[in-house]
Design a protein around this ligand. Structure first.
Ligand SMILES: Nc1ncnc2c1ncn2[C@@H]1O[C@H](COP(=O)(O)OP(=O)(O)OP(=O)(O)O)[C@@H](O)[C@H]1O
Ligand SMILES: [Mg+2]
Length: 202
């Protein structure tokens, strides 16, 4: 069986903002899913977070670690179409059994959606939808934010807004960010840029 990832040796420091670039099919999304405890590597090694090897955890423990510590942002936003932006953002807390409190309005305000949080995704612009998805990902204050081409569906203006939000949460909440991008412009905002090719980090 061909391996998607091969001898990846990666250390991410707490509070770092990393960008990952590389050609289509080189394994970026797969790597992000491993880091996000969504995919378990078949022949790994170790995946150590805060001193704990997550590959040695049971499935329920791994799910809990993911819910408590990790937020995800996707290229296609993945908002629930039947819920308003506010309800989508609240889900970031509800799914984790956390109370829905004032932080929801704070985050809605920080991403600039106060006037339109009552709207469903279909009635938001593409850029607004991605800002709602970012709010949903960060509302539980995850220590790690993983983003898979978060600006891939956006024009350059909206892409810049998304990157500014990442920089904001990175700076104010000391959030560690790993972002996949095909945009050199977006990658420039990261502390470090990693290049991937054929399942390896170069
Ligand atoms: N669930 C899966 N089962 C088998 N192969 C897969 C699976 N998911 C991805 N692959 C393969 O693994 C390789 C890497 O895929 P991956 O999605 O990680 O690439 P990527 O770098 O994110 O590409 P892109 O820039 O197009 O999103 C590809 O060859 C892909 O076909
Ligand atoms: Mg991908």
């Amino acid at each position: 069986m061909a391996h998607v990832l091969r001898s990846v040796d990666l250390t991410v420091e707490r509070g770092e903002f990393i960008a990952i670039m590389g050609p289509s099919g080189c394994g970026k999304t797969t790597l992000l899913n491993v880091l996000g405890l969504m995919t378990t590597p078949t022949t790994a090694m170790s995946l150590v977070v805060d001193g704990v090897d997550c590959l040695k955890l049971s499935d329920p423990q791994r799910t809990r670690a993911r819910r408590e510590s990790i937020g995800f942002v996707f290229q296609r936003f993945n908002l629930l179409s039947t819920l308003s932006a506010r309800r989508n953002i609240e889900l970031g807390l509800r799914l984790r059994g956390m109370p829905v409190d004032g932080i929801v309005e704070d985050v809605i305000s920080e991403v600039g959606l106060s006037e339109m949080a009552h709207r469903k995704p279909a009635h938001l612009s593409i850029g607004e939808q991605q800002r709602a998805a970012i709010a949903r990902a960060v509302v539980c204050r995850p220590r790690l934010l993983l983003a898979d081409e978060p600006t891939g569906n956006l024009d350059s203006e909206n892409a810049a807004v998304v990157i500014d939000l990442f920089k904001h949460f990175h700076a104010t909440w000391d959030m560690t960010i790993v972002m996949i991008t095909h945009s050199r412009e977006c990658a420039r905002s990261a502390d470090r840029v990693l290049m991937m090719r054929d399942g390896r980090i170069q």
